[in-house]
Design a protein around this ligand. Structure first.
Ligand code: KMH
Ligand code: ZN
Length: 272
């Protein structure tokens, strides 16, 4: 049987506002409901950012705790915390929620220019600080790779055995300042990380082509509002679930079943 497809859903992100996207979930109730609907539609991993009482991106532990509890009360899924937060948040704040020992956490492998949002800084020392927090809390890391230099940084850290062995890889294509969604990039990275679970995301208009390629060549898919707010050109996605459902449908049409949460846990080496 084909390897079941893991669908990871980034339900909110840090940069979007209601002005940019009217259906953005913001409160703990809204975020947890959107996550639970995405899980019902086929997602097994929820990539989580949270917002404070003013709708601003936050890495506050108490808000992560509240949203996590609300998600857990609604459904079974793998929860992955963002350690990126928003541009400009100091690393000590970025890692604070890891004390809650989520299933997974992101580990971005370098610095990237996010254009109008600023520079998302991840120098080596920052990466090492995040790795230490990930290890100390027994969390499974997802190496986030948005550009070719991040691939080299990842292999440098791997060569020095600085990254826990149970990592998987998140590949983002088409970010401002990152690598393009050229098919050659996904093929090349699929080869480089062939021994690991890799999960691809095409940002914005790159969402469908990248997802289709990842499904076809044995990768997995990240799909959700953080990465793309459109269902098709000129039409907002109504929800995370709407986007996830379409990927689940495409995958089944291509004879790849969608992974259950249990299957995803095994593939991602999550022992909890
Ligand atoms: N919002 C970006 C600055 C992550 O979640 O780890 C960082 C980000 C990556 O979204
Ligand atoms: Zn994120």
């Amino acid at each position: 049987m084909e390897t079941p497809l893991i669908i990871e859903c980034p339900v909110i992100g840090a940069e979007l506002t209601r002005e940019m996207y009217p259906y953005l979930p913001l409160t703990p109730d809204e975020i947890s409901s959107s996550a639970a609907d995405a899980v019902k539609a086929g997602a097994s991993v929820i990539h989580l950012h949270v917002r404070d009482e003013n709708g601003e991106p936050s890495q506050r532990l108490d808000i992560f705790e509240e949203v996590t509890e609300k998600i857990r009360n609604k459904c079974d899924c793998i929860i992955q915390y963002s350690t990126g937060g928003a541009v400009g948040i100091p690393v000590e704040e970025r890692i604070a929620p890891l004390k809650l020992k989520p299933d997974m956490a992101t580990l971005t492998m370098g610095t990237i220019d996010f254009g109008e949002y600023g520079i998302f800084e991840n120098e080596d020392l920052t990466i090492e600080t995040i790795i230490n927090a990930i290890e100390a809390n027994g969390v499974v890391p997802e190496l986030e790779i948005f550009g070719c230099s991040m691939v080299d940084t990842a292999f440098k850290f791997l060569k020095h055995k600085k990254i826990p062995e149970n990592f998987n890889v998140g590949l983002g294509f088409g970010l401002k300042g990152g690598m393009s969604a050229d098919p050659q990039n996904i093929i090349s990275l699929a080869r480089k990380f062939h021994n690991h679970v890799w999960i691809a995301s095409g940002i914005s208009k790159n969402h469908l082509p990248i997802s289709a390629q990842a499904i076809a060549i044995g990768g997995h898919v990240r799909v959700g509002i953080e990465d793309n707010i459109y269902f098709r050109k000129g039409e907002y996605a109504k929800s995370n679930a709407q986007l996830v459902s379409r990927i689940a449908r495409i995958s089944k049409e291509l004879e790849r079943p969608v992974a259950t949460v249990g299957e995803a846990r095994k593939m991602l080496k999550i022992c909890k």
